[in-house]
Ligand binder design. Structure first.
Ligand code: ADP
Length: 321
């Protein structure tokens, strides 16, 4: 049976470049004679039937915009049989043959449940955290890391002017990719990531050692979830004598116009997702590995683990001495 109508939704945390993916989905579907429903606010909108056909004009001038024009949401109801039944009903009522889901691991789990209920799903990795195992790269990561580095550069100026130490918390959920790469890019004195045990005494010792060699300002990069950075700044000050302040970059890292890398990644993945869905795929996740588009069964993708770049971490550790 040929695919005539599909839906597209964004779910979980938003990420710059999601609009580029939506743009590509709509344009390539229309080119194939497929109608596309925009599903608003993720799975909540699907369950409530908040869907609307998207025309070419609806996606013009969105590629450069951060966030997602379809809005995003978290939806507990999809974890219930009743929620899945309602989602299926909405798809049946609108003759939606398949769904393209742009989001993270959680959203893929939701798509797997829907696939089991008979809705063909193809998922795209969209998250600023780059923490999805089946792919080297996730839509939004490049923009987020560049935003973080721009902000930290500013922080560095004032940190240096006052001979201070800035403890900077960046996002990443349970992964240290943003912290590691932002840390390297800002020449941080120390990088704390969840993938490695954190030894506070080692951090204090590093700062004292650098001070002996004439360094008088420091950036300590910390991935979220490691602990209280305000408390850590206080401990650094107490232990080393360097005036220390904490800065939590927070949600600013999610916003902004996507970089070229995120626009192109969104476009490629969105385009490929439509092709896959129209070829009859069900229950798949796409990835970008070694710059090639790959696809996996959702269960297989969720069971994969991602290797933290140890060599990069070790390099950062050496360069920060
Ligand atoms: P992300 O996609 O960024 O990882 P979440 O973990 O918040 O974000 O998941 C997004 C949504 O996916 C949830 O709000 C829920 O609707 C759906 N979801 C997550 N896990 C499941 C699950 N086990 N079963 C059904 N739906 C799920």
């Amino acid at each position: 049976m040929s695919v005539r109508k599909i839906g597209v939704l964004t779910s979980g945390g938003d990420a710059p470049g999601m609009n580029a993916a939506i743009h590509a989905v709509v344009k390539s579907a229309i080119a194939r004679g497929i109608d596309v429903f925009g599903v608003y606010r993720g799975y909540s909108g699907l369950i409530r039937g908040d869907v609307r056909i998207l025309k070419s004009r609806d996606v013009s001038d969105i590629i450069q915009r951060g966030g997602t024009i379809l809005y995003s949401a978290r939806c507990l109801e999809l974890k219930t049989d009743e929620g899945v039944r309602k989602a299926k009903e909405v798809c049946d009522k609108n003759d939606i043959d398949g769904l393209i889901v742009i989001g993270g691991d959680g959203s893929f789990r939701g798509a797997r449940v829907l696939s089991m209920a008979g809705i063909s799903c193809v998922c795209l990795p969209g998250t600023i955290d780059n923490d999805i195992s089946c792919t080297d790269y996730t839509i939004g990561y490049d923009t987020a890391i560049n935003t973080a580095v721009t902000m930290i550069d500013r922080l560095c100026d004032t940190t240096a002017s006052h001979d201070r130490c800035s403890v900077v918390e960046v996002m990443g959920r349970n992964a240290g990719y943003i912290a590691l790469n932002a840390g390297i890019s800002c020449s941080a004195s120390y990088i704390v990531v969840p993938e490695h045990p954190f030894n506070k005494q080692d951090l204090f010792e590093r700062i004292r050692f650098a001070m002996k060699r004439g360094k008088n300002h420091f950036i300590v990069m910390v991935a979220e979830g490691i602990g209280n950075v305000t408390e850590l700044a206080r401990e650094i000050e107490e232990s080393t004598g360097v005036e220390s302040r904490a800065t939590i970059l927070g949600h600013v890292q999610r916003g902004g116009s996507p970089t070229v890398r995120d626009r192109v990644a969104g476009a490629r993945l969105g385009y490929f997702a439509v092709k896959l869905l129209s070829d009859g795929a069900k229950n798949r996740v796409l990835g970008l590995n070694k710059d090639e588009i790959v696809d996996f069964d959702i269960t297989e993708a969720l069971e994969m683990t991602k290797k933290f770049p140890e060599d990069l971490y070790n390099m950062a550790s050496e360069l920060s001495r």
